[in-house]
Design a protein around this ligand. Structure first.
Ligand SMILES: C[S@@+](CC[C@H](N)C(=O)[O-])C[C@H]1O[C@@H](n2cnc3c(N)ncnc32)[C@H](O)[C@@H]1O
Length: 306
């Protein structure tokens, strides 16, 4: 099949065609929903947050996770965000002195100056970025940034878990776009399944789920033996986050549909001529009182050997 997406090797991330203001808003709304589902910014299983000296957020996007975390850590802690592009970075003049942002491509070897520098490396949202064969190398690269006994905290989703509840026709077809595009770009729609193995292969011990969560919402623990610290299926989302999360995701999926039509991506649901009708029906079915569109939230936490 003609595959314009796989041919475009410059394309690192399938929704980065959006204007920065729109993408910034989408990521920040999603961040808020994730944190309110997890009940925390940093896993309570990581002890002594007050003693952390160096924290990194890789593929930081707008840097919202890092800048919010800075408010909870002592001013002596250094917080550093990295991304392949600075298009969504916050204005440095608005930031506290201990928070900064730099360019970094996680697909390339990590510079010597960053090796074993961080107590914690946090990563979130690379499932639509990485190709199936890139996960092992990326975990290996970020491992080098972490101090002995430090932590990796990785939140992501399986694009294949996207679903509409209840599953109406256009809502389900819209939800299926991420899985389809993930596969088309050479991604793994169930990438989270192998994440704990990649992390263990780099000398980490997997941290089990907490006995109980603090915060406004307590998700059910992941199934025994899954090696996820958190796993929240769409149907179990914190009810107060459902509306915002779904509306935000629907907007992203509409953008993906437009992108596909503009780039003549072959698919079974619409053509460039019929895409606006498809988007209209999708929005109608996912509007107030309609289907909700979700993906599962997964977090893996590992502690590096001493
Ligand atoms: C879905 S966004 C997640 C942003 C942020 N972590 C969050 O959860 O709000 C994916 C981010 O990965 C970044 N990215 C894509 N390819 C990358 C690479 N090779 N190295 C570093 N960052 C990359 C994108 O620029 C984008 O900011």
């Amino acid at each position: 099949m003609d595959n314009p997406i796989a041919q475009n090797s410059e394309q690192t991330y399938i929704v980065d065609f959006e204007p920065p203001e729109k993408e910034r808003l989408r990521l920040n709304i999603q961040h808020d929903a994730v944190v309110r589902n997890y009940g925390h910014l940093l896993p309570p299983a990581i002890p002594d947050h007050g003693n952390l000296t160096d924290v990194a957020d890789v593929a930081t996007g707008t840097g919202i996770w890092l800048t919010q975390l800075a408010e909870h850590l002592p001013a002596t802690a250094t917080l550093h965000g990295f991304d392949i592009t600075d298009r969504l970075f916050p204005d440095q003049s608005t930031l506290p002195q201990n928070v900064s942002f730099s360019l970094l491509n996680v697909l390339e070897p990590i510079p010597e100056s960053l090796c074993e520098k961080y107590d914690i490396v946090h990563i979130r949202g690379l499932c639509f970025v990485l190709k199936a064969n890139e996960w092992a190398g990326v975990v290996k690269n970020v491992t080098r940034m972490i101090k002995p006994s430090g932590y990796i905290v990785w939140t992501d989703t399986n694009p294949g878990s996207a679903q509409a509840i209840p599953p109406t026709k256009f809502a389900s077809q819209g939800a299926a776009l991420m899985d389809y595009m993930c596969k088309l770009r050479g991604g793994d729609p169930f990438c989270c399944s192998s994440l704990p193995t990649h992390i263990k292969n780099n000398g980490f011990t997997i941290i089990p789920p907490p006995a109980e969560c603090s915060g406004e919402y307590t998700p059910s623990p992941p199934p025994a033996g899954s090696e996820f610290y958190i796993e929240i299926p769409g149907r179990d989302f914190n009810p107060s986050t459902v509306e915002a999360f779904s509306n935000n995701y629907v907007k992203a999926l509409c953008s993906v549909a437009s992108f596909m039509a503009k780039n003549n991506v072959p698919n079974e649901w619409f053509t460039p001529e019929t895409v606006s009708g498809f988007v209209e029906e999708f929005i109608k079915e996912t509007g107030e009182g309609g289907s909700r569109v979700f993906f599962d939230l997964i977090c893996v936490v590992g502690r590096k050997c001493e």
